[in-house]
Design a protein around this ligand. Structure first.
Ligand code: HEM
Ligand code: HEM
Length: 192
């Protein structure tokens, strides 16, 4: 990745993702310390509910509900999905027996990364490239010269602009896998 793009634009994304990992580890450690590890098994439920609640944005966007200001719902989508994922991650941390819920967890993580890309990386990176272009124009560079200098930035922008083609289908895969996990839990009731 282009160094300047990385330093200026990718940092908040990485920090929020690392914050998720750190908060998961800290919560898990706390539950262990308090000998409340069993709670983790139940955290899948509030976690799933928070993620479902965050989907109000999508319902509003497609006109399925009329209430709520879209921009506020989008902020809520980001925050609630982050928080719900934290609970689900603590929940998932208990052990490794079944493959299905781990696939759901992987899909969820990919979604968080693509969501953060769409929120932070893309708009900031666009602004950064526009600024550079503006400075070059002021120095009197020709269009071709600017394109050559901005080649890697432009390539990065193209790749990042695809975040939505990851975010939405992976969300559907996540929903399917999570549903299968929840159904199998309730069918076989394996809460041991
Ligand atoms: C209503 C929501 C949920 C309920 C009631 C629930 C319930 C459970 C239960 C009872 C277990 C323990 C299974 C066992 O001991 O064999 C479990 C394990 C697990 N759950 Fe959930 N869960 C929910 C949502 C989720 C979601 C949304 C994810 C992932 C995105 C998830 C990921 C996992 C993982 C990774 C495990 C560990 C599986 C293993 O043993 O390897 N769960 N869940
Ligand atoms: C469990 C995790 C997540 C799931 C399952 C998820 C799912 C979705 C879905 C299905 C949409 C499409 C809405 C629509 O077009 O109807 C969406 C949109 C969006 N998500 Fe997420 N998301 C998650 C986490 C995040 C996070 C952590 C962020 C950022 C911090 C984020 C940022 C966005 C943004 C900016 C949009 C707007 C797309 C648009 O309308 O242009 N998402 N999300």
């Amino acid at each position: 990745m282009n160094r300047s793009l990385f330093r200026r634009d990718a940092l908040p994304l990485l920090l929020l993702f690392l914050a998720l990992v750190a908060a998961t580890t800290a919560t898990d450690a706390l539950l262990h310390r308090l000998e409340l590890v069993w709670i983790g098994r139940y955290l899948g439920i509030p976690g799933t509910l928070l993620i479902l609640l965050s989907m109000r944005y999508s319902l509003r966007k497609h006109g399925l509900i009329a209430q709520g200001e879209p921009r506020r719902l989008l902020r809520q989508h980001e925050a609630l999905a982050w928080l719900g994922s934290l609970l689900v991650l603590v929940h998932a941390g208990i052990h490794f027996r079944a493959i299905l819920p781990w696939l759901a967890t992987a899909a969820m993580l990919v979604n968080i990364l693509s969501g953060l890309t769409g929120k932070f990386l893309l708009p900031r990176a666009r602004r950064h490239v526009e600024e550079r272009r503006g400075r070059m124009a002021a120095r009197g560079l020709s269009g071709d010269q600017m394109d050559a200098k901005l080649y890697w930035d432009a390539l990065m922008l193209d790749a990042m602009a695809n975040w939505r083609t990851v975010h939405v289908p992976i969300a559907l895969a996540f929903a399917g896998l999570a549903l299968a996990h929840v159904l199998s839990i309730f069918l076989y009731w394996s809460w041991r």
